[in-house]
Design a protein around this ligand. Structure first.
Ligand SMILES: *Cc1c(COP(=O)(O)O)cnc(C)c1O
Length: 397
């Protein structure tokens, strides 16, 4: 991999024709250390947010030993990259063959489930193993999340009792897990979910060994300025301490976005300008899936020397493919004199950005360069991040 001090340095020396992913190992390392040191339990990385082997290695090197995997492909990837890592198979609906391979070939002992049917699959797939940690996934509200995960998975409150009692019969350790939705903007999201957990435990009258609060920890994006992560941790810890569970019960979390959002950004080139629309060389089928499909906003900064002194105006982007869907409405503020041939950087694409890239229509590139500068926003550098966001300006590199 090439190494550059900054995004601007990369553009002046390489003049890349394809979009370039800039990765910042120091930012991922900082996020990992923060969770390992400050989360009052065990943070497991949710691999789907960004499955890059380089990132997995950085997280491992900085103390993340457990990985939340949702498919047998992710289990294989983690075990081939980090042979000593512990994988937990946390998709509540799995193929029986995937359960068997995970258990017998990769040493997976922790599985999640949200139905009696899945419990039977786990029992068959592991041939009645007696060393399982089984986490029953409860359905909880996604009201505080920017991205709902509230309707697909999770056992409904009126069916939780039966499933918890049946799982307790099979499991060596019984867990309860949930997901409050991604990018939750208030720690209160976890308070409501923990109340659900309490009600389920009381009703089923079972001994619970693990509480897994899932993902949902926020990062920073334009217009989304969540409270400090420590507030989430304190809130979760308080709720955990007050649950009717055994003294030795463990607290787990499955952060995805928060561990990797700051890890990567993308440098793109403007191929054409039409009024307030910029035609760029990355888009909905590349790293900008969420910008196109759910209108997610990412920070942008023009990479030009000498710097433009034009005022910012709002732009929308067209991606490179021939599809009308390949459109990112933003708005994305860039200097009003932005034109064809200019490069700019789109920040905070480490989570659910590079992971979504395809080669559709012959576009897409996996050119990756290591940068030593700071990500555009950060939840881990309170001092600087706060005034960057507060003024709405992105600080130039
Ligand atoms: C997607 C997912 C995560 C990660 O969620 P973030 O909001 O990125 O932290 C964690 N656990 C499960 C089960 C998931 O599906």
């Amino acid at each position: 991999m090439h190494k550059h001090h900054s995004a601007l340095g990369l553009v002046s020396t390489l003049r890349p024709v394809q979009p370039v992913t800039l990765v910042r190992p120091h930012a991922a390392a900082r996020a990992a250390r923060f969770f390992v040191e400050k989360f009052p339990g065990r943070p497991m990385y949710a691999v789907k947010a960004n499955p890059s082997p380089e990132l997995l290695q950085i997280l491992w090197d900085n103390g993340v030993t457990h990985y939340d995997t949702a498919s047998i492909g992710e289990v294989r990837l983690v075990k081939s990259t980090l042979p000593d890592a512990v994988c937990c198979f946390m998709h509540p609906i799995k193929a029986e063959e995937a359960i068997a391979e995970a258990y017998f070939d990769h040493g997976v002992r922790t599985f999640s489930l949200d139905s009696m049917e899945e419990l039977a699959k786990i029992v068959r797939g592991t041939r009645g193993a007696t060393d399982l940690t089984l986490c029953v996934r409860l359905r909880v509200s996604s009201e505080y999340a920017k991205l709902s995960l509230g309707s697909k998975f999770g056992v409904a409150p009126d069916e939780a009792k039966e499933l918890l009692m049946a799982t307790r019969q099979v499991a060596d350790a019984l867990g309860i897990c949930f997901h409050v939705g991604s990018q939750t903007m208030s720690p209160d999201a976890y308070v409501g979910a923990m109340e659900r957990v309490r009600a389920a435990i009381v009703e089923a009258a079972v001994t619970v060994d693990v509480i897994d609060v899932g993902g949902g920890f926020p990062s920073r994006y334009p217009g989304m300025n969540p409270p400090p992560l420590e507030r989430y941790f304190e809130t979760i810890h308080r709720a955990f301490e007050s649950l009717p569970i055994s003294y030795s019960a463990e607290l787990w979390a499955e952060p995805g976005r928060a561990l990797c959002a700051e890890y990567a950004s993308v440098v793109v080139r403007v191929e054409h300008r039409r009024g307030s629309e910029l035609f760029i060389n990355d888009g909905a089928y590349g790293t900008l899936f969420d910008a196109a499909h759910i209108g997610w906003k990412y920070p942008v900064q023009l990479l030009r020397e000498p710097e433009s002194d034009a005022r910012d105006m709002d732009f929308a982007f067209w991606g490179p493919t021939c599809d009308d869907i390949d459109y990112m409405k933003g708005p994305f503020p860039l200097p009003a004199d932005t034109r064809g041939g200019d490069y700019f950087e789109i920040g905070m694409l480490g989570a659910y950005g590079s992971a979504m890239r395809t080669q559709f229509n012959g576009f897409g590139s996996d050119l990756t360069v290591v940068a030593g500068d700071e990500p555009m926003f950060s939840v881990y550098r309170e001092d600087e991040a706060d005034d960057r966001v507060a003024t709405g300006n992105v600080v130039k590199l």
